[in-house]
Design a protein around this ligand. Structure first.
Ligand SMILES: [Zn+2]
Length: 186
């Protein structure tokens, strides 16, 4: 979410420039789009505001529609779920996005496109992932910096992070809690 072309300002939700501007300590900063009402400098954050996530959802949803229209039902329901998620969990953007995708999918919305706009990260340290061959030949994610020093495959830990985020927000609602291994979008 906070990387590459989909990066957005964590407070306003504005798309960030791909250019980086270096400050006196040589830290790379990315700035919101010129069209943004926010001139705030940001390096991106792990946890965006409710407003930023809603705007990001709206923008990515629109970008997936060939006719440039928007599904008002979906936007309304997604906005409500984003509010619930942000009220209920401290999880980072990636897990909030996947939990939202799971919830909307379970309600019958066609939200497979959401997965194109998120890169899972290491659930233990937030680093990027590398893909490696597991003993049975499947390609599985590992932490790029091997933060646990055990070369573990983290796909199960990622599923746990998504499910925990989902349950923090929705277990007490009509949707009910997810059990282990019951992610439909994974
Ligand atoms: Zn890690």
């Amino acid at each position: 979410m906070v990387r590459g072309e989909d990066a957005f300002c964590p407070s306003s939700g504005s798309r960030l420039s791909l250019d980086r501007h270096f400050d006196e300590l040589a830290r790379p900063w990315r700035v919101p789009d010129a069209s943004s009402e926010s001139a705030e400098l940001t390096t991106g954050a792990d946890k965006s505001s409710t407003t930023a996530l809603k705007r990001f959802f709206r923008r990515t949803h629109r970008s997936e529609r060939s006719d440039d229209t928007m599904d008002r039902d979906l936007l309304r329901v997604a906005a409500r779920h984003i509010e619930t998620l942000k009220r209920s969990t401290e999880a980072r953007d990636e897990w909030v996005w996947y939990a939202l995708c799971e919830r909307l999918h379970r309600e019958g919305f066609d939200v497979g496109w959401m997965r194109k706009h998120v890169n899972p990260v290491c659930p233990h340290c937030g680093s990027e992932l590398t893909a490696d061959l597991a003993p049975k030949g499947e390609v599985l994610p590992q932490c790029a910096v091997n933060c646990r020093d055990d070369n573990r495959f983290v796909e199960g830990d990622i599923a746990d992070a998504i499910r925990d985020t989902y349950n923090e927000a929705f277990a007490g609602t009509d949707a009910g809690a997810l059990d282990r291994g019951h992610l439909q979008i994974a």
